[in-house]
Design a protein around this ligand. Sequence first.
Ligand code: HXC
Length: 258
Amino acid sequence: MSFENIIVETRNRVGLITLHRPQALNALNDALVDEVGKALDAFEADENIGAIVITGSAKAFAAGADIGAMAEFSYMDAYKGDYITRNWERVKTCRKPVIAAVAGYALGGGCELAMMCDMIIAADSAKFGQPEIKLGVLPGAGGTQRLPRAIGKAKAMDMCLTARMMNADEAERSGLVARVVPADRLLDEAMSVATTISGFSLPVVMMIKESVNRAFESSLNEGLLFERRVFHSAFALQDQKEGMAAFVAKRKADFRHL
Ligand code: HXC
């Protein structure tokens, strides 16, 4: 498969997608987002892939949706064309874990793309922001919804209403990112996390992702019930037998993803 706006690689059991529109700081146009979707389709279908990393360049993860591409949109272009939903949601529907490795700018749709992933690992150079208000619009790919769930109302309002950027340390303190590392270690760290995850039982990894995401969609009791049912179902897995037998025998588990 050949791509023009992204670079796609496979390393061990990890699929790596590098956003690559350097002339526009990885601004997210339809062609790029479509390609990300196709790469995710291929990684999901590949039994040898257990986790996915999405990254950008040292200067920008992505500086937002492509402003030039939407500047002249009419309401009908946006509404009838199902702008955003038609292709961006593919990241959300991916059942394998997706890690965003963010260096430099993650603004507007770039910040929202990172938040659609399951975990953000940031370089110390990362800058997060929702500056749409400066363009006379508002976040349209989850910024007003995922940001408050990640960092709370006070900081989400601050970012969306003032357009100020948040650096990596503040993002980690606030709960937006899982880890911050020196910029030159970003990809190694993200690949190492993804490799660790991809060594575990894939069905269990998927169950955990689904269960954690359920916490954002349900009451505590509904979520706990969902978790309990999925937990019970884990006893149907060969990997559960292997994982526990390996612990008892004091050896490393050899998960077969079954
Ligand atoms: C299109 C963009 C772009 C964008 C940067 N570029 N961001 N093109 N859409 N979002 C282009 C610039 O036009 C320029 O092209 C080149 O990338 C380099 O950018 P510069 O501005 O020259 O770089 P710099 O001075 O270092 O400033 C970096 C920056 C700034 C602070 C990130 O580019 C910036 O403010 N960008 C826009 C950020 C933004 O508003 N994002 C939200 C977009 S709206 P040329 O050809 O001039 O060299 C959005 C809506 C989401 O995301 C809704 C749902 C998805």
